[in-house]
Design a protein around this ligand. Structure first.
Ligand code: NAP
Ligand code: GCO
Length: 269
């Protein structure tokens, strides 16, 4: 490796698996990876979403491989990884992106709903990571990027399960780093701020009188950048964590939040 290869952001010849990447944040990240040379593999929960994703990648000139797989199903995940290794090759970069949220006040939430969120947002990154790590060890390198959240650090009404899962995902990130760093595996997190995607659409819905949703105004006031993030805002930081430029960055959560976590909030007039 030459002196300046270590600051290369190229993903040439790398195979990247991005979970739940038919649209939204995962789609943007995968498309960004493709723009710097990676081969893209993604999965989603049903064939309809996978077909939608394949079409969207094709429109950008990206030949992605798409598979149906529920990331909470351990057996299905192992079958998926096996299939990818046979049909595409071994995975160099894993992005644990698939996620769900249920906005329900904690005392009204059933334990079953709580478990569902933990299952997708925390158990699944554990399952997919442990399925790819052995091949990464054999290869001598690997990058795992967990999509965390503001809720890895902060709480708010109605998102107890999501915050518990994303807080746990931050610690899973640090633990994968601790346990497998010696094998040249870097495991880091991206902590998106409030990003405009279907997941957050209900928080931005216009009021009957055409005015902004109060949560929409709240987020704009809470964000020093004074706007919601776009999915493309996450591309550069994620490429950094997937590339050789970050080979000595491990167990870190890179918050891409327009400054939310740095800000105490506007003082009252
Ligand atoms: P999204 O629009 O809801 O996309 C998530 C994708 O994951 C969807 O395609 C979803 O399928 C899929 N998925 C859900 N459960 C799955 C399962 N069991 N197996 C496989 N795929 C599954 O979400 P997003 O806003 O792009 O968010 C992507 C990630 O970023 C999530 O982890 C989210 O928590 C995190 N995040 C989002 C924001 C934000 O402001 N949007 C901020 C911070 C972090 P369905 O369409 O069927 O649900
Ligand atoms: C919510 C939101 C958030 C975001 C995101 C913030 O209801 O507060 O959905 O949790 O999606 O994860 O980083």
């Amino acid at each position: 490796m030459g002196k300046f290869d270590i600051c290369s952001f190229s993903l040439n010849d790398k195979i990247a698996l991005v979970t739940g990447a038919s649209y939204g944040i995962g789609f943007a990240i995968a498309s960004g990876f493709a723009s710097v040379g990676a081969r893209i593999v993604f999965n989603d929960i049903n064939q309809e979403l996978v077909d939608m994703g394949l079409k969207a990648y094709k429109e950008l000139g990206i030949d992605a491989y798409g598979y149906v797989c529920d990331v909470t199903d351990e057996k299905a995940v192992y079958e998926l990884i096996d299939k990818i290794e046979k049909e595409v090759g071994t995975i160099d970069i894993l992005v644990n992106n698939a996620g769900i949220i249920k906005r329900i006040p904690m005392c009204d939430m059933t334990a079953s709903d709580f478990r569902k969120v933990i299952d997708v947002d925390l158990n699944a990154p554990f399952i997919v990571s442990k399925a790819v790590i052995p091949s990464m060890i054999k290869k001598g390198h690997g990058k795992i990027i967990n999509i965390c959240s503001m809720m890895s650090e902060l709480g708010r009404e109605t998102v107890s399960a999501y915050a518990a899962a994303k807080g746990g995902l931050k610690m899973l990130t640090r633990n994968i780093c601790s346990e497998y760093g010696e094998y040249n595996i870097q495991c880091n997190g991206i902590g998106p701020g409030y990003i405009s995607t279907p997941q957050t659409a209900p928080l931005r819905e216009k009021q009957a009188d055409g005015s902004r949703h109060p949560f929409d105004s709240f987020i704009i006031a809470k964000t020093p950048a004074a706007r919601w993030g776009e999915t493309d805002d996450l591309i550069g930081p994620t490429i950094f964590l997937a590339s050789d430029a970050s080979n000595f960055v491990n167990g870190h959560i890179l918050y891409v939040d327009g400054g939310i976590l740095a800000y105490i909030g506007k003082q009252p007039k």
